[in-house]
Write a protein that binds this ligand. Structure first.
Ligand SMILES: NC(=O)C1=CN([C@@H]2O[C@H](COP(=O)(O)OP(=O)(O)OC[C@H]3O[C@@H](n4cnc5c(N)ncnc54)[C@H](OP(=O)(O)O)[C@@H]3O)[C@@H](O)[C@H]2O)C=CC1
Ligand SMILES: O=C(CO)COP(=O)(O)O
Length: 338
């Protein structure tokens, strides 16, 4: 395999809260970065005022961060292309960008979800649509609440890629004084961790909305980690990945933080709001677990893995089960050893 070139120039496609924050991280790391925004006015605001007020109010973006609404312009000459759109829209967006992708660029997913129509992880979607070998596909995942990172609070993450050298090259491109990436080669474990923690965070939010405290949340986190690990191992992941930053780390951050959109969504359901009401309150920002609970549940069924928390979250979000009886159901399951 040819040596991997250093990552000097990166395109970030998607200017929501995480895409914009990650572009800031890259710029702060000294990497040249172009950010693609779907709407022209967002690109104009970033260029003229160095802010993206709709997603990151109060955050000043670095001078060197340039935005455009032209994806071809954003990716031109890029050593890496970072995909920062919601997971259920990745296939369609990437199909549009595919003809202009630089032939040797590393393709990096920030999205945390499992595709509903295929049950594929994001790296699989990227491999299929961009028609690239999997050693060119990477994932960034960890306890990474965008708003905290945009405020430059110390945070660690994982850059995962089957090609370790490629992971190291991208790790260098996004290391700053406040953002510390580790590398990993277990794409399956890192991606399933990121997708499943959103579903467990919905369950934790429901518990909070029902008025339950930290014992309930901790019980959900721990049993959520157990069912995520079972699924991951069945799909070929390394069990230890789930104890790392993208596993336990992200699970704790998302389940415990009021900044999490998934936990907030679950909390609204726990307080008695409908899915439609919780969706309206999210103001267009994505709570990935609402869709991924269904794809993850199907994946679990396909591999014969028990995921009782994901199962009730799906039934609350899509089959009209109320959060209170869902909790009763989880507690009333057959008694078993840990
Ligand atoms: N926010 C966070 O803290 C973190 C998020 N993630 C993950 O990153 C991914 C992106 O999330 P995030 O940036 O937070 O999402 P947001 O909801 O904040 O932003 C989504 C972005 O994608 C754009 N977009 C492009 N195509 C579509 C489409 N078809 N439908 C909807 N939006 C589209 C949106 O454009 P427009 O503004 O025009 O709607 C917007 O720029 C998700 O998978 C999320 O789980 C991972 C770690 C941290
Ligand atoms: O992935 C995240 C933190 O790591 C963000 O979580 P939410 O999408 O629930 O806000």
């Amino acid at each position: 395999m040819a040596p991997v070139e250093p990552v000097r120039r990166v395109a970030v496609l998607g200017a929501g809260s995480w895409g914009t924050t990650f572009a800031k991280v890259l710029a702060d790391a000294g990497t040249e970065v172009r950010l693609w925004a779907r709407r022209r006015e967002v690109a104009d605001e970033i260029n003229a005022e160095r802010r993206n007020g709709g997603y990151l109010p109060g955050v000043e973006l670095p001078e060197g961060l340039r935005a455009t609404d032209d994806a071809a312009e954003a990716v031109h000459g890029a050593d890496a292309v970072v995909l920062a759109v919601p997971s259920q829209t990745l296939r369609e967006n990437l199909a549009g960008w595919q003809p202009v992708l630089p032939p040797e660029a590393t393709l990096v997913s920030l999205a945390k979800g499992v595709e509903l129509s295929t049950l594929h992880r994001m790296s699989q979607v990227i491999g299929e649509v961009a028609d690239v070998p999997m050693d060119r596909v990477a994932v960034v995942s960890g306890p990474n609440l965008a708003v905290e990172i945009a405020a430059e609070q110390p945070t660690a993450t994982v850059v995962a890629c089957p090609d370790h050298d490629r992971a190291v090259a991208f790790q260098r491109a996004c290391s700053t004084s406040y953002f510390r990436p580790y590398t990993n080669v277990d794409l399956i474990g890192i991606e399933l961790s990121g997708a499943c923690k959103n579903v467990i965070a919905l369950a934790c939010g429901m518990a909070v909305g029902l008025g339950f405290g930290d014992n309930t949340a901790s019980s959900l986190i721990t049993r959520g980690l157990a069912e995520t690990t079972r699924l991951g191992v069945a799909l070929g992941a390394e069990p230890m990945t789930f104890a790392g930053l993208a596993g336990l780390g992200d699970l704790v951050a998302t389940c415990m933080s009021p900044l999490s959109r998934n936990r907030t969504f679950g909390e609204r359901l726990g307080r008695g709001e409908t899915v439609a009401e919780a969706q309206r309150a999210a103001h267009g920002q994505v709570a990935e677990g609402v869709k991924s609970c269904s794809s993850i549940r199907q994946l679990a069924a396909r591999y014969g893995v028990e995921m009782p928390i994901a199962d009730v979250v799906h039934r609350v979000c899509h089959e009209g089960l109320a959060p209170a009886p869902a909790a009763v159901e989880l507690l009333g399951r057959e008694r078993k050893p840990e």
